[in-house]
Design a binder for this molecule. Sequence first.
Ligand code: ATP
Ligand code: MG
Length: 638
Amino acid sequence: MADVFTIGLGHDHPEIRKNANSDFISFWNEQAKNLSWFSSWTKTLEWTPPFAKWFVGGTINASYNALDVHQATKSEKTAIFWEGEDGTSRKITYGHLFSEVQKFSNVLKSLDVKKGDRVTIYLPMVPELIIAMLSCARIGAIHTVVFSGFSATSIRDRINDSKSKVVITADGGYRRGKIIELKQTIDEAINELDFVEHVIVLERTKTPICLTSKDKLWNDVMKNIPNICTAEPLPSDHPLFILYTSGTTGKPKGVLHGTGGYLTHLFSTFKWAFDIKNSDVFFCTADIGWVTGHSYVVYAPLLHGATQIMYEGAPDFPDASRMWNILQKYGTTIFYTTPTALRMFMKFGDDIPNSFDLSSLRLLGTVGEPINPEVWKWYFKIIGKEQCPIIDTWWQTETGGMLISPLPGLETIPLKPGSGTLPIPGVTISVVDEFGKNVPVNTKGYLIIKNPWPGMLLTLWGDDEKYKTVYWSKYENSYYSGDYALKDDDGYLWLLGRADDVLKIAGHRIGTAELESCIVSHNDVAESAVCGIPDDVKGEAIIAFVVLKHDVATTTIDLEKQLITKIRSDVGAIASPKQIYFVSKLPKTRSGKIMRRLLKSIANGEKIGDVSTLEDGTAVTEVQSVFDDLKKTLDKKS
Ligand code: ATP
Ligand code: MG
């Protein structure tokens, strides 16, 4: 029996689920009315599988819904408490944001940026990033934000794919106290990309830069520019942005999102999942370079006129207390982060968070990877002091917003650590076998989505065929998520990792998440990743990579034995790893996800594929060398 925790926030609206279940189209039709439309739609959903158009005939603008609608009542309200990595801070009101966005929209217009044109944004986590995005949205240009840690080659590929005519960047950005020279990277990236007409450069670090004929400084273009720019009424399915996926499983895909459906999805999920109130101080730690940042840093909080914290730097800089310091400083009420970050905080020990006043918190959230039950319980107890519900939100770049999550703003349901609980209202999720048949309860299968939802991607940029093949060809009229899950007796969904990562041992299918959670629940372990290598007898044998907690000095034979015993008793003898490797870090994508496909390539002696989205190359080198050493030892023995 899994542990169960019930923490309610006083909401109970069963009619919402009931309505949604009986007719999801009318349900979303009602939800869309929470937004401001220039003209109403004539058809709620036009579904020509696999292409969905929501709120057909309606006209809307994302920037208008994020800014204009709040001016009468909230122009003095703080939209963003910005915290720089270097300790500087800025406070930006809704009124100020409104004026800056209108000015920058006029700048884009003066550079001849038109409706449908693409603009690449390569900025650190500074308010100007949000200003640039909302300005694109205001005039109907499509923004494509690229994480500011990417190399010249990665950014060139993305600019080239989207054919952006304007690029917005900064002289540099701070990361762990060092300056990353962004402008220099852009110079290298756009060399030979003649279609790029202008580069706007924000001075953040005051690093010396060379200006070319294409370059303009942010401060210069913002001088003497009118601060009135009316938001353009755009068709509901007008593309709002292109965003490339994290690339955990392969080459990143250019996901294209629309406007009216996407905003409807965000407005509703932000209210249900986070129970957002006017007095809240919301803090999502995601970088805007990822979908979580687009949806739950930029659009959803602004649609609700919420106050939020935006942090520029690394979560453990200058030291391991930085996050808790920020939480305390601003009286944060809602905190949304990733399992990877939580495992890191856990690794540093309880004393650090315990020395801060975190009593303002009322709700905690997580996203990005399956959360190990052990980590969930730590988050609940040490950060939330057993007072805050935890929402484990499952979704993807492609889904636009959350699809599975507890919704304390809507209802009180028992929480089970490690389960995302139920799909959001209006969304039907099934767990099926290879042939599309529902698997029995408590059985692993593929997670698929049965009906279109408003935040659904429009297509992959410039590649409808790939869109069809990747998501819609495996099962008829259902969206294939690529994730592995099970439904328990209560209908709760448990995410068990990527379908590609599944281990097939002697005819059994074992989810990576399940096994890794077991290893992480050992007191000395901070993180773990498992993968398979071919095995003559079992088909596949498991190897495990383990990172220990900071205060655990050395690895011992004993520890290895303890882990094996634990796996045998918690998961089963079948899941016993052939080998456990102790390493100091795991290869992760820039968005913090463990890159199991890389471990698998190393373990199988294969060529390592595209690693452009990798966070830290030394992690791969380390895993490779630990692996090589052990392999040599094993070879000698046999
Ligand atoms: P690519 O598609 O290029 O391989 P990616 O899938 O890592 O990249 P994202 O869209 O950022 O790119 O990540 C979505 C994936 O993250 C989901 O498919 C799932 O595997 C994982 N994920 C997100 N949230 C959760 C969660 N709460 N529980 C379990 N897994 C999650
Ligand atoms: Mg994906």
